[in-house]
Design a protein around this ligand. Structure first.
Ligand code: HEM
Length: 417
């Protein structure tokens, strides 16, 4: 029973069953607290945020949360606040969710995603060769931030020259998921930018005066999701509203960029932390795909997502009132010994089919649309670093992102000979 728990873990207050999501010790290393939650307190309260919240730590509960859409709704958003704004695909429940997901999925399918590889590889090489003469770099700023922009900009059909703004907005948007008051203004900035892009496209289509039946996307407006949303109806005949388009762009800034940067920095950090791992990869670069998947399992860039329950439920002796915000923790689910042998060990050569049972891209109907793109970008990142900077080593303290739901290095000083 949760009430009988005896934990001394810093992230838990035994008498009140409170999980200190933002406690400094938990921010630094959440895994000991996760283990304690799983063993002794699988449903707990989270306090200190804008709303009181619950957290679930056991894999079967998290799995149910991600797959049972009758009980667990996404319509209040995946962050801490009850967000009523019309948003991205992630905000919808069935059947509206499926309509939007089918509309968007084309550029994310494996073959379409693979078409981005030459451009990603070219930028990765340019970035690595650009820093090489310096002998040292901040791998987050100089490599892992700019690289995911290629696929993100191409899929959305946005201008790569605006990349510096995307990064700033992504940082503020993610901070706003936990601390909404710190992101005031960013929503307006993203909205204004996106509406401007939408107006440009609509004007270009109107001025082109194309005959009926000719698709303007890729002809008079750039290819990509943004133009499709402006020009093509959904399968129910409706068009995405301006609110939906701006909501989607805001969500993709976080989902499509920040997370991939974290995957790259987390993977390089773990490899350099024990440098024999890095040396092994230099000798066997074909391990890059498995290393990326193990990094996803071991260090999930998204530590958890919120859902809202449609009815009161009781789990492990704790009653959760209807319409609560409940955080499903993906990190502990990835270290379930029933799924992975020695789950607390970072292994470079676990079989890929076994590895893909992790929860880092979610599970079920909302499974990450960008998973192929993220895997591809990060694999290319590792292959490029191994080839161009084989003597890479850590050159200072790595620092984690300040957002408690996200797990990535936002400082990663490195050097090479
Ligand atoms: C390592 C990188 C990434 C990680 C760890 C990640 C993680 C996730 C997770 C956990 C979810 C499920 C959210 C939920 O269940 O509520 C999700 C959904 C989503 N992701 Fe990703 N993501 C990554 C990269 C990307 C990229 C590169 C894109 C697009 C360019 C993307 C687009 C999306 C979208 C659109 C959804 C919503 C899908 C839906 O609701 O049907 N993600 N992602």
């Amino acid at each position: 029973m949760a009430e009988e728990r005896q934990s001394e873990q810093p992230g838990l207050e035994p008498d009140r069953l409170v999980f200190g999501l933002t406690a400094p010790e938990v921010m630094e290393d959440p895994w000991p607290t996760y283990r304690d939650l799983v063993d002794q307190c699988p449903v707990t309260h989270v306090e200190g945020l804008v709303n009181p919240m619950f957290a679930m730590a056991r894999r079967d509960d998290v799995h149910e949360m991600l797959t049972n859409t009758d009980l667990w709704s996404n319509r209040h958003g995946s962050g801490v606040a009850y967000d009523k704004s019309v948003g991205s695909v992630q905000r919808y429940d069935p059947p509206e969710h499926g309509i939007r997901r089918r509309f968007l999925r084309g550029p994310f399918l494996p073959r379409a995603a693979a078409q981005n590889e030459p451009a990603i590889a070219a930028l990765a090489t340019e970035l690595a060769e650009g820093i090489k003469p310096r002998g040292s770099a901040e791998l987050h700023d100089d490599f892992a931030v700019p690289l995911p922009i290629v696929a993100f900009s191409r899929i959305l059909g946005m201008d790569e020259d605006d990349a510096h703004r995307f990064k700033e907005w992504a940082d503020l948007t993610t901070l706003g998921m936990t601390f909404p008051e710190r992101a005031v203004g960013v929503r307006d900035a993203v909205r204004n930018y996106t509406l401007n892009e939408v107006t440009r496209r609509r004007t270009a289509v109107a001025e082109a005066g194309l005959p009926d039946g000719v698709d303007p996307v890729g002809e008079v407006v750039p290819a990509g999701i943004l133009s499709q949303l402006c020009c093509h109806p959904l399968e129910d005949g409706s068009y995405a509203t301006d609110d939906e388009v701006t909501g989607l762009v805001a969500m993709m800034l976080v989902a499509g960029h920040e997370t991939t940067t974290s995957l790259i920095t987390n993977a390089v950090w773990r490899l350099l932390e024990d440098r024999s791992r890095w040396e092994r990869l230099v000798g066997e670069p074909s391990l890059a795909e498995q290393v990326i998947e193990e990094s996803l399992r071991f260090d999930p860039p998204v530590l958890g997502n919120c859902r809202t329950n449609n009815e009161e439920i009781t789990r492990h002796g704790v009653t959760i009132p209807k319409h609560a915000k409940v955080l499903g923790l993906l990190g502990p689910a990835n270290r379930d010994p029933e799924l992975f042998e020695a789950p607390d060990e970072f292994r470079m050569d676990r079989p890929i089919t076994e590895l893909r049972r992790h929860y880092s891209f979610g599970w079920g109907p909302h499974f990450c649309l960008g998973a192929h793109v993220a895997r591809l970008t990060s694999r290319v990142a590792l292959e490029t670093l191994v080839e161009h900077l084989p003597t890479l080593r850590l050159a200072g303290e790595a620092e984690r992102l300040p957002q408690p739901f996200l797990w990535g290095r936002h400082r990663l000083p490195v050097a090479w000979d």
